[in-house]
Write a protein that binds this ligand. Structure first.
Ligand SMILES: [Zn+2]
Length: 354
């Protein structure tokens, strides 16, 4: 049995999924990440004249937006949910890094055309390279590295892994692959096998959604609660239908714009340039019961907005009381004009998920 480890450039795959959809001729094409490791292993097996290949670990490296405009919250949350799915359901090793959007929209088309802001991805490529080399240097961790990428930046890594005596299989996408990687002569000496084109494997890699009915758990849901969905909530996670999710996104935006500017402390100096994530303590300052949101006066002297969907799973909005103490994570830092936004809001005595 030959041991393989897979290393996926998640950002590259994300960026090129529309290309795959176009090749496949289906606009809503999605890759089945549950099947991907096995499909890649089979491709390598065929090239090894049917010696079986065992995938011992699949690593994915990617990024997520931090400090973004709250109108994009749903898109960000979907991406984070996707990474959780990879970890929990498919047992991927996922390493993700924040991209600081400095309060901006995610898509350039949604930003001011005069704004020359460029989001910068940090650490992703280096993290992939470090990991592939690290495991290459550990005896018996893997025999073959299956790299799923296309960027020429990875050339020294592929060469170094081969210098360490490991074999490299390269999977890529036509039109999104550095020409040096796909040359038939492999003059750059980056791989040991014929390149695996994901575009040739789309039949096997297409995600076939299993649609089923679920009950929307939003108290503000309108109409029939049982809706068709492809979403599978994980432990402790509530299910909200697509209609409710987009309504929450609109409501949050409106609520923030309407309530916040008058309430913000004007002594604000350090403009929100930090990444999201740190935990803070605070007190529920205001609860707008009928609209399902509130504000926390935090120990850092700033106010943080929260929606009932920002409560930790298991916590109920009806139980939240003004004046009670909570802890939360910063989803978005406050700015001079806007309160921050909170997530994973919970009582100090509630430890983690139940
Ligand atoms: Zn709903």
């Amino acid at each position: 049995m030959i041991k393989a480890m897979i290393f996926l450039d998640g950002t590259w795959i994300y960026a090129n999924t529309p290309r795959l959809a176009e090749i496949y001729g289906k606009a809503d094409f999605h890759l089945d990440f549950g099947k991907l490791p096995e499909v890649l292993a089979q491709s390598v097996t065929q090239q090894l004249h049917h010696i079986p290949v065992d995938v011992v670990r699949t690593h994915l490296f990617g990024s997520y937006a931090a400090n973004y405009d709250l109108r994009d919250e749903e898109a960000v949350q979907r991406r984070l949910d996707f990474f959780d799915l990879l970890r929990e359901e498919y047992h991927y090793e996922v390493q993700i890094f924040p991209i600081n959007f400095r309060g901006r929209r995610l898509r350039r088309a949604d930003r001011d055309p005069r704004d020359n802001f460029e989001p910068r991805e940090k650490c992703v490529d280096i993290s992939l390279a470090t990991s592939m080399l690290y495991y290459a240097a550990i005896p018996h961790a893997y025999d073959i590295a299956i790299a799923v990428l296309g960027d020429l930046d990875f050339k020294p890594m592929l060469q170094a892994v081969r210098h360490l005596g490991k074999r490299v299989a390269l999977a890529s996408i036509r039109g999104a692959c550095a020409p040096e990687f796909s040359e038939t002569t492999d003059a750059a000496r980056v791989r040991d096998y014929d390149i695996i084109w994901l575009d040739d494997l789309l039949q096997e890699l297409e995600l076939k959604y299993e649609s089923h009915q679920r009950e929307c758990e939003s108290p503000n849901h309108k109409g029939e609660r049982w809706v068709w969905t492809t979403f599978h909530p994980r432990k402790g996670q509530r299910f909200y239908c697509d209609a409710c999710r987009s309504m929450f996104a609109r409501e949050k935006q409106e609520a923030q714009e309407e309530f916040v500017s008058s309430e913000v402390d004007q002594d604000w100096h350090a403009v929100g340039d930090m990444e999201s994530g740190p935990s803070l303590r605070g007190e529920i300052k205001k609860k707008v019961t009928d609209r399902g949101f509130g504000f926390i006066a935090a120990d850092d002297g700033h106010d943080y907005f929260f929606h009932f969907t920002d409560l930790e799973p298991g916590a109920d909005f009806v139980d939240v009381r003004e004046g009670e103490e909570v802890i939360f994570e910063v989803k978005r830092r406050p700015s001079a004009l806007k309160a921050g936004a909170a997530q994973r809001v919970r009582r100090p005595d509630d430890i983690g998920n139940h």
